[in-house]
Design a binder for this molecule. Structure first.
Ligand SMILES: Cc1cc2nc3c(=O)[nH]c(=O)nc-3n(C[C@H](O)[C@H](O)[C@H](O)COP(=O)(O)O)c2cc1C
Length: 223
């Protein structure tokens, strides 16, 4: 059975990134009626920030070079570590169980929302990082789709291209754990043209960008 893990991180009911990720999920579920669908709303149900107890566990895993996931699962020792690890480990298991990972991630301050970053800081633990010797890792080969919305435009040749720390950041962080080989970005840009008067003349460009992202969601969700 194939599994889709779908995360959203925009808090807005009218969110564009949610509409794109929703389109992908709907298509995927029609294409995979027997598949398992797991949904996590990081805005409605935020993951607590990584704390000193989890960092202690992570340091121990790194010091001891633990890569075995069964050993990592049991790595917490103190009551504080066990409480923190009990938050993190189910998130790690969700990632491990997924064949396709769908991330609804708006651009916030040229990067990602803090709710998404909090989830990332919890789940990207050392045993998931690609082994430098073999290049292998337990998440390697999974398909990842990023449904993104941005107020402005950041494509090649645009004045703000160099300010895009969303896509390059996600590529780097996902690549660290082997999730960049089948990585697709679906960006809807210029969403601010809907409510910022000085950008109103760009509404048609924004609409075209949104349509392209939705088409991409349907195309990739139907595979
Ligand atoms: C806190 C915050 C920071 C933002 N920072 C940026 C930014 O740096 N660049 C940009 O183009 N748009 C920025 N925006 C606009 C959002 O990217 C845009 O509204 C997008 O559509 C939000 O995604 P959503 O529609 O899924 O909620 C920001 C919006 C918020 C709320």
């Amino acid at each position: 059975m194939t599994t889709l893990l779908h995360l959203d991180s925009s808090p807005r009911p009218g969110s564009v990134s949610r509409r794109i990720s929703g389109e992908f999920a709907e298509t995927w579920r029609k294409t995979n009626p027997e598949g398992e669908y797991v949904y996590r709303d990081l805005a409605a149900d935020p993951v607590p920030h990584v704390d000193s107890a989890q960092i202690e566990v992570m340091h121990r895993l790194e010091t001891e070079g633990v890569r075995d996931l069964a050993a990592a699962r049991e790595a917490a020792r103190t009551p504080e570590e066990k409480a923190s690890w009990a938050v993190t480990w189910p998130l790690v298991e969700e990632l491990l169980a997924a064949d396709t990972i769908l991330l609804g991630v708006p651009m916030y301050n040229f990067s990602v929302p803090s709710t998404f970053k909090a989830w990332f800081d919890r789940v990207l633990i050392a045993p998931l990082i690609l082994d430098p010797a073999s290049g292998e890792g337990p998440l390697r080969g999974k398909k990842v789709v990023v449904a993104s919305a941005r107020g402005g435009a950041y494509g090649p040749g645009t004045p703000r291209h160099d300010c895009d720390h969303q896509e390059p950041y996600l590529k780097a962080a996902l690549g660290m754990v082997g999730l960049a080989s089948e990585l697709t970005f679906l960006h809807a840009e210029l969403t601010k043209s809907a409510h910022v008067p000085r950008l109103a003349h760009l509404k048609d460009v924004a609409a075209a960008s949104y349509r392209t992202a939705l088409d991409g969601a349907r195309a990739h969700g139907g595979v």
